[in-house]
Write a protein that binds this ligand. Structure first.
Ligand code: SF4
Length: 295
């Protein structure tokens, strides 16, 4: 855990935010953030972007009334049953969750009201909630592990306070063995750091051995005001000279694709076919829709 973290309790006004369109990567229609800030300290984290107004993501706020709000919101008969996503602005299984158990309590409510859920995490702490995820799977549950490198030394450098990639692969195995739908978000792939063929091939092979059903790739990263400055400061610390290369290549651009993009995409497509892994997720479909499709 990052020992710079300060932790406080806050009151939230609402807990689910409805997206204007169902998201095309994960099929989610609601976003749920139980915490504000994140303890994993990934050097590339987009949550540091100024547009979100979070000055310092290492300052953690716990939404004290989150479970009451969720209970109220999901019990409403008017609420459309659609996938609740969590894990885009913080990690729902960051270290504080072990003690506070907000994510577990939220899953209990989600299970009670039979809502589908999609979780993104870098933590094997999710294994603790396998019992609940199995139950929710009767409606729909998916857990996507973000894995950016097969090399635990690199993951330590770029995701310093998150569990290692090896532990994440083990967690995939645990979930897959219980029949929980699980896979990998292979992003971001950082130019000149982990954008090489060996990395992509190794992740796909480990994914297959672990029982992952899908891998969603993005061969590059995004940088904008706030996240860019932090990322460059960390490059100066761990990858001497790389900042200049980034500045020359990408200037102020938001989307920074790997210069190896084409090659990596080709390798990715060949390898996932060999390993029988999908490059897209299957989304939740309400039961009536599934039955109608059969006729
Ligand atoms: S786990 Fe996600 S939200 Fe947390 S620091 Fe890393 S990228 Fe940011």
């Amino acid at each position: 855990m990052d020992n710079r973290n300060s932790i406080k309790f806050i009151q939230a006004k609402s807990i689910l935010s409805k997206l204007s369109h169902t998201d095309s990567w994960f099929g989610i229609s609601y976003n749920m953030n139980l915490y504000r800030g994140c303890q994993h300290g990934c050097i590339y984290c987009d949550t540091r972007s100024e547009c979100y107004g979070i000055n310092d993501i290492s300052q953690i706020s716990i939404k004290e009334n989150a479970i009451d709000l969720l209970q109220k919101e999901l019990s409403s008969k008017r609420k459309q049953k659609a996938t609740i996503g969590t894990g885009s602005m913080n990690d729902p299984y960051m270290p504080i969750e072990k003690e506070i158990k907000l994510t577990r309590k939220a899953l209990e409510v989600i299970n009670k009201y039979k809502y589908p859920v999609h979780i993104i995490t870098k933590s094997n702490l999710v294994e603790r909630d396998v019992d609940l995820l199995e139950e929710i799977s009767k409606t729909y549950s998916a857990v996507s592990f973000t894995i950016t490198t097969f090399d635990d030394n690199i993951s330590k450098q770029i995701e310093p306070f998150a569990p290692s990639s090896s532990l994440r692969f083990k967690a995939i195995e645990t979930l897959a063995k219980k029949g929980i739908y699980t896979g990998i978000t292979l992003m971001p792939i950082l130019p000149f750091i982990n954008d090489n063929v060996e990395n992509i091939k190794s992740i796909i092979r480990k994914a297959k051995d672990s029982g992952a059903s899908y891998i969603l790739p993005a061969f590059g990263l995004t940088l904008r005001k706030g996240s860019r400055e932090y990322f460059y400061t960390e490059l100066d610390r761990s990858y001497i000279g790389l900042r200049a290369k980034y500045e020359a290549y990408f200037q102020e651009r938001y989307i920074c694709p790997s210069p190896n993009y084409q090659k990596l995409q080709e390798v990715f497509e060949t390898e996932i076919q060999k390993c029988n892994i999908k490059s897209q997720m299957e989304f939740y479909r309400p039961k009536e829709e599934t039955q109608l499709k059969m006729f």
